[in-house]
Design a protein around this ligand. Structure first.
Ligand code: ARG
Length: 573
């Protein structure tokens, strides 16, 4: 729709200029004012005249009427009518359909891609689990929202760098080392992987309740690790390796790769310089032996920099990491995706960075998301109320497998398809809701494939693929000439034409849900068209050609939208 918006805005711009309006709002501003009317009888685009009323000292309906007069006819529009304070534009449907279809088919894989971010770099810190802890559905948010944002930015021309800021440093490693030495074995860890590490960690907490001296022991093992004790370093590295190997299985199912696994420990040697800078600028205050930055002037609790024993804290590592990233990648934007429980943490250390005189502090953006509960209950690692992502995916994949066995037993690559659809179902379910709202993960709904679900979207995509494949070569534009599209066809084309705008909306709001819902709109539009209009069996040659082209356009748009929300393309289901 972008071109039509542009022509309407340009026409309004020249009309206003002929009318002698000054200062004249720029055409881009006018274009942004254009709305999509809720009802077709009000046209396809509406220009509200209310904002011009002060400038022109006239009532909006008067402005609308005189603008209409001045505009006359505009290319691409069949009618322009004033109604109240609005000027309604009716698109000339046939011209629109032809132009739009042509644009989508020509662009193909690039349909929706823009150059808005050309020459700009963004760093995105997401997923970032704490090593040796289970990867559960609480991590689904940061992982899929983060990857979705990265994909959206990349599709808009940005150079993107994905960083997994693993929680790989802290006293929990002292605990794990003690637990491993007391109750673990190399064989058990090799066989059990991360599950065994989790079991050791849980055992440590149980035993420490009886024998609190274990906590002191854990602290001293961590101190040894901080001082590069060889044996502890070796164990620590091994624990991390085992954890990453496990995470990567989940990432592969989601189609996610990271550019860097630079965890918190990576910044150890870079912290002293930042602490020094804080000190030089007189920002550090002693508080009961600990070093803090007082933020009371900004209505925030103090930011903790060093513990009483001189060891660093989570914010200290984030400050050092941000400086490192700026120096290394020269980003224009650095995004952090975490649950909303960390909003204060990010506000605090962003402020500290500003006080330290880093003038790029405003290039850092925290994108929070709502907390997740399961079946109405809070997640709690301690009581065991967690669902591992791995298990959830497995359940979904098994369910898809059973359905496929029934419906399409001859399908090739059955396992691959079952994985794409099962994992897709869970991700789609999650990304259907607004990121910022707390969400309840209802296991039954997440694994339901009825209605507006991932499997429905992937199935619609497969249906498009199969029609286009059966049709053979794609008919040329000329083969469809003279055909006048019907209601369902025009509606689908309009929906497809919104893709570029939908992408900018999703980026503007950092909201993958915009894409998920848009995919559902396309599916609804396509399925309505599919039921209303015979495609391959159409008797009229021009109608058949037009419909095959339209099906291909729907396939392209869905196929380009899927990876933007970690959904895999499924040409065959
Ligand atoms: N490891 C942290 C957690 O699990 C998330 C890290 C987010 N990134 C950051 N740079 N602080 O809560």
């Amino acid at each position: 729709m972008l071109n039509f918006k542009k022509s309407a805005a340009d026409a309004v711009f020249s009309a206003l200029s002929r009318m002698g309006v000054s200062p004249l709002p720029p055409a881009e501003e006018l274009s942004a004012m254009l709305e999509y009317p809720p009802d077709k009888s009000m046209g396809d685009l509406a220009f509200p005249c209310f904002k011009l009323s002060r400038l022109m000292r006239k009532a909006p309906p008067v402005i609308a009427a005189s603008l209409m007069e001045e505009l006359g006819s505009v290319d691409g529009f069949s009618r322009i009518a004033a109604a109240g304070g609005y000027l309604n534009f009716f698109i000339e449907e046939k011209a629109f359909a032809d132009a739009q279809l042509d644009a989508i088919l020509t662009a193909g894989e690039d349909y929706g891609r823009s150059h808005d971010g050309d020459g700009k770099t963004m760093v995105i810190d997401y997923s970032s689990p704490n090593v040796a802890k289970p990867f559960h559905i609480g991590h689904l948010g940061t992982t899929v929202i983060g990857h979705s944002l990265k994909s959206l930015y990349a599709f808009s021309g940005w150079h993107c760098i994905g960083i997994n800021h693993l929680g790989d440093w802290g006293t929990q490693f002292g605990k794990l080392i003690v637990a491993y030495r007391n109750w673990g074995s190399r064989e058990a860890v090799e066989a059990g992987g991360i599950d065994e590490l989790v079991a050791l960690y849980v055992r440590f907490h149980k035993e420490a309740e009886e024998d609190p001296s274990l906590n002191d022991l854990a602290r001293s093992e961590f101190t040894k690790l901080e001082h590069h004790d060889e044996e502890n370093l070796r164990l620590w590295k091994w624990f991390i390796q085992i954890s990453i190997a496990e995470y990567e299985k989940t990432y592969a199912q989601l189609g996610i790769t990271f550019d860097h696994y630079t965890g918190e420990s990576f910044y150890t040697d870079l912290m002293p310089a930042q602490v020094e800078r804080l000190r030089e600028r007189g920002l550090l205050k002693l508080d009961d032996g600990a070093s803090i930055v007082d933020l009371s002037d900004y209505n925030m609790p103090p930011c903790l920099i060093l513990k009483r024993d001189g060891s660093t804290l989570y914010p200290t590592r984030d400050i050092a990491a941000a400086v490192y990233r700026k120096q290394t990648y020269h980003f224009d934007k650095c995004i952090y995706v975490t649950s909303n429980q960390q909003i204060l943490h990010f506000r605090q250390w962003f402020k500290v960075l500003e006080l330290m005189g880093y003038d790029w502090y405003d290039e850092l953006v925290h994108i929070p998301y709502g907390t997740v509960s399961i079946n109405g209950e809070k997640l709690a690692t301690r009581t065991g109320n967690v669902v591992l992502l791995r298990d959830l995916f497995r359940m979904a994949i098994e369910k898809v497998g059973r359905i496929m066995e029934e419906k399409n037993p001859g399908l090739e690559n059955k396992e691959e398809v079952a994985e794409a659809v099962g994992v897709g179902a869970v991700v789609f379910y999650y990304l259907t809701n607004s990121r910022i709202k707390d969400s309840d993960f209802n296991l039954e709904d997440a694994l339901s494939f009825e209605g507006n679900t991932g499997p429905y979207a992937q199935y619609t995509y497969a249906r498009c693929c199969s029609i286009v494949e059966k049709a053979g070569a794609l008919p040329a534009k000329e083969d469809a000439s003279g055909y006048l599209p019907c209601e369902a066809e025009n509606a689908l084309i309009k929906t497809l034409s919104l893709f570029p705008e939908i992408i900018s909306d999703a980026i503007r709001d950092s909201e993958p849900m915009v894409i998920t819902r848009y995919i559902l709109d396309i599916c609804a539009g396509f399925n309505r068209f599919y039921h209303d209009c015979p495609i391959l069996s159409a008797e009229d040659g021009a109608a058949r050609a037009f419909r095959i082209r339209l099906t291909e356009a729907a396939k392209i748009t869905l196929g380009n939208a899927f990876p933007l929300i970690c959904l895999k393309r499924t040409p065959k289901i």
